[in-house]
Design a protein around this ligand. Structure first.
Ligand code: GLN
Length: 237
């Protein structure tokens, strides 16, 4: 039973999509909420189970092509995530999870597979795999410092009119056109692993702030050290 006062996190399909430590995004949100005295309840939804509609922040990670197809089919049939977003829940979708939020992506044979249409994007297979560190300047409207992470995907993503690029790449490939990720309302998609929220605590606080309002500052010493080390390593190349 979920209580009314707790922040409700929903981690979607850990049995299908959770590569490169993306589950860390859940841990970071839990830790940053609890440090501020906000109680948290997390539900891990396996792909055979319905997606609860009462969550505050939903998270979905990256994965291989076939589990990605299965996840898209199950999410489409389930409809719980779509209903949650329609009533104002926030969502962070990473890599395969990001592509699934679009209208279409490429399957394991390059075939088009329908996404669930929460973001106005379409993805197809690129010429070469994008692998490596990524650094990007966030959309100034979001007030975030540089974004850091790493990427590993074949997909190239085209943004439609209904979304805003999350950032512009300084290093790495991202969407493939000089932009990285995108957002619309409270739905954020990105190719950043790392996990993304451990590398970018300000992005974690953006999601938390949308749901709980103003946030007190907390000790970011270890996050800052990780960011400094990664950004220095990549930008001094
Ligand atoms: N299968 C997708 C691609 O290669 C997503 C990969 C991932 O999630 N790391 O584009």
């Amino acid at each position: 039973m979920q209580s009314e006062s707790a922040l409700r996190l929903v981690w979607i399909y850990p049995d299908l999509l959770s590569t490169y430590g993306d589950q860390g995004n859940v841990l970071v949100l839990e830790q940053r909420a609890r440090s501020r005295g906000i109680p948290v309840e997390t539900v891990h939804v396996r792909s055979a189970d319905p997606v609860p509609e009462t969550g505050d922040i939903y998270l979905i990670g990256g994965g291989e092509d076939r589990p990605q197809i299965l996840a898209a089919e199950r999410l489409r049939r389930d409809g719980g995530l779509q209903r949650a977003v329609a009533r104002g829940a926030a969502l962070l979708a990473v890599c395969a999870g990001y592509q699934i939020m679009g209208t279409v992506f490429s399957g394991d044979e390059g075939q088009p597979v329908s996404g669930i249409g929460l973001l106005d994007i379409s993805s197809h297979r690129g010429e070469a795999r994008a692998v490596g560190e990524l650094v990007a300047e966030a959309d100034p409207a979001l007030g975030l410092p540089k974004l850091t992470g790493f990427e590993n995907h074949m997909g190239v993503t085209k943004l439609g009119q209904g979304v805003t690029p999350l950032s512009r790449t300084v290093r790495g490939v991202g969407n493939g056109d000089g932009t990285e990720g995108c957002y619309a309302g409270r739905v954020v998609g990105t190719y950043l692993h790392g996990p993304a929220l451990a590398r970018n605590p300000a992005l974690a606080d953006l999601l938390l702030g949308w749901v709980v309002g103003a946030l007190a500052p907390i000790d970011d010493t270890w996050y800052d050290r990780l960011r400094e080390e990664r950004l220095n390593a990549v930008l001094s190349d």
